[in-house]
Design a protein around this ligand. Sequence first.
Ligand SMILES: *[C@@H]1O[C@H](CO)[C@@H](O)[C@H](O)[C@H]1NC(C)=O
Ligand SMILES: *[C@@H]1O[C@H](CO)[C@@H](O)[C@H](O)[C@H]1NC(C)=O
Length: 271
Amino acid sequence: MVIKCSMAPKLPISDVLIVRKFERNNSRGFIWLQNVSKQRPIEIGIFIAIFVLFLVVLILVLVLRHPPEGKNLSTARVDSHEQDKIKPLEYDSDITATSEIKNKLRMVTRLEWVAQPPSNITTPLVTPVPYVIIHHTATANCSSIAQCVLHVRLIQTFHIDSKGFFDIGYNFLVGGDGAAYEGRGWTIEGAHSFGYNARSIGIAFIGTFIRIKPPDIQILACKRLIEQGVQLGYIRKDYKLLGARQLAGTESPGAALLEDMKTWNNWAAEP
Ligand SMILES: *[C@@H]1O[C@H](CO)[C@@H](O)[C@H](O)[C@H]1NC(C)=O
Ligand SMILES: *[C@@H]1O[C@H](CO)[C@@H](O)[C@H](O)[C@H]1NC(C)=O
């Protein structure tokens, strides 16, 4: 019988046979599957369970090998990153070739933290200066070079782009990794303590130290840095050590750090 329908394509006989054969095979396969699933529901269940388990393990392995980036920056996990392995922190080893005095202070130079050049001509500092002024950066803290470098770079960008300074405001910074970071250095006037910039070296502790004081290695780095400044003739031997809040209405360097500073050499209650 011929069905007259405009939608039905006229297939040559051989094609019609292939289609019928396919349908027959297909329905046979389907019936086989139905029978098997009726006869062996447990085996099929186990097979599917193993397959799903395999997929879950595969996904877990992939996720653990590539954790999402940008999270937990302040946790120890970051310490395993390669950047940190380039320069392992060994406080008892020799200092870098750029330092002039062997007092075991690790100095991270501007070149090393990839500083931008100053945006305008900065003013030379008349040394030796009579004051050392301590700040905190009021940011998160850091415990590895990679983390601290990130903070120092962000602070420089903030000081130049948002505050309109010509460079990072501090002469130096110290990190929770126990290293000192070169800001404007010993010979350039900073932008950190209004009225005192031309007569002081400004050192910032990376972190916020209102309730908790910095780790010992960070405090030690600061003390060694000051010592180095005195030995190199950039800081007067009878310098006065001050916290930024003693000179201006600011929280810096944080109550906990200020309290600790009272036990350091040359602490001055009054400017
Ligand atoms: C550079 O500093 C000088 C003097 O402080 C100022 O007059 C000039 O506008 C500054 N230039 C830029 C590009 O900020
Ligand atoms: C950073 O701060 C957290 C809490 O705010 C503290 O637990 C941790 O010890 C600090 N790490 C360093 C290196 O200062």
